[in-house]
Design a binder for this molecule. Structure first.
Ligand code: FAQ
Length: 311
């Protein structure tokens, strides 16, 4: 490392200023960011599938329009995030290859099935709620392009969270059967949503370094606790029960106590053995292959344009 570069990087981080694409950065910092941003981008793209399966079956035109808009937003988030990864020297086509070959991860949560329309509401409430808890602090992440991408993404996630909660409120005002659908969806999604925050702090190999570099601002467990504290009063208002007998308010700590997620299940799902992993990746692979002609056509068009301006 040339004289002073490491010192300048350390000082920028210490002053809470941003690292920008052309700045010198340690190899590990660059690699960690590419890893996290790529996983985040893949999660947005794979995350279109569980809810996307309900677009043709939405119960009204209004619900269909909302769901369309949400799933399109997720595609947009994926594209911003791939662009942020490109500022670090990653190649988007290569990242996609790694995803469909199972060499790069995406969030465990998208490997669970959406069995009823209530799942669309619960994904908005829990999954987007968890995403907000995790991503609002990332707006202050030390890498400029990632932090700036998070600002708009978080605004859109807030809309997603609200549409989910509003959908559930509507179902809870409906019939007994509808209320049962909501409770069933809550029962199935609660624990996987807590797992989204990652393994517990004492088993999170990347956390210490990512926090020292101010890529991550809070630990996995800290964000998980915040999510529980935020969600419990919302569940009460909605009239559903969160499926955790250990969940209770702890006056002394000023936070909720709650049970332990099944960490073996998280490990299995991350390793590719969740209920829908194979289906999700296969669908992404097929979409990529079927889209090959679009990429070829875009390249041919760009070459033609370039030849025209060169003339
Ligand atoms: N799933 O050492 P740590 C959304 C991996 S929101 C899969 O703790 P780190 C919006 C981890 O990568 C969802 N893998 O790792 C939406 C690492 O593996 P590696 C996406 C997981 O990075 C809503 C290993 O385990 N959000 O998409 C998971 O410090 C609705 C050890 O873990 C983000 O990506 C997991 N749950 O902390 C879209 C947010 N947890 O790479 C559609 C940004 C851990 O060493 C519909 N990411 N792993 O082989 C982060 O904040 C972090 O990367 C964490 C993990 C917190 C996810």
């Amino acid at each position: 490392v040339a004289d002073g570069l490491q010192e300048r990087f350390d000082a920028t981080i210490a002053r809470d200023q941003r690292i920008e694409p052309r700045d010198w950065m340690p190899k590990g910092y660059r690699a960690t960011l590419i890893r996290q941003i790529a996983q985040h981008a893949h999660s947005e793209i794979i995350g279109m599938q569980p809810e996307g399966e309900w677009i043709t079956r939405a119960p009204s035109l209004r619900r269909k329009a909302i769901l369309f808009a949400k799933v399109q937003d997720e595609a947009g988030h994926g594209l911003y995030l791939y662009s942020a990864a490109e500022t670090l020297g990653a190649d988007r086509a290569d990242l996609t290859e790694r995803l469909i070959e199972g060499r790069q991860k995406y969030s465990s949560i998208f490997n669970y099935p959406t069995l009823s329309f209530a799942d669309v509401g619960v994904i908005g409430w829990f999954v987007d709620g968890a995403a907000i808890c995790n991503q609002v602090p990332l707006c202050r992440s030390s890498y400029g392009p990632y932090a700036r991408a998070m600002v708009r993404i978080c605004k859109e996630e807030s809309f997603h969270q609200r549409q989910g909660y509003e959908l559930l409120m509507t179902m809870m005002r409906g019939t007994d059967a509808q209320r049962e659908m909501v409770q069933d969806a809550v029962n199935r999604w609660w624990w996987p949503s807590l797992m989204m925050f990652g393994p517990p702090d004492d088993n999170s190999p990347n956390s210490a370094r990512s926090m020292a570099w101010k890529i991550k601002r809070h630990s996995n467990d800290e964000l998980r606790r915040r999510f529980v504290d935020m969600t419990v009063p919302q569940a009460e208002k909605l009239g559903v029960t969160l499926p955790d007998p250990e969940l209770r308010w702890n006056e002394e700590r000023g936070h909720h106590d709650f049970g332990t997620p099944d960490w073996d299940e998280l490990t299995r799902v991350i390793q590719g053995d969740g209920p829908c992993n194979a289906r999700r990746v296969e669908r992404r692979r097929t979409a990529h292959e079927e889209g090959a002609w679009v990429r070829e056509a875009a390249l041919a068009h760009a070459a033609k344009q370039a030849a025209r301006t060169a003339r």
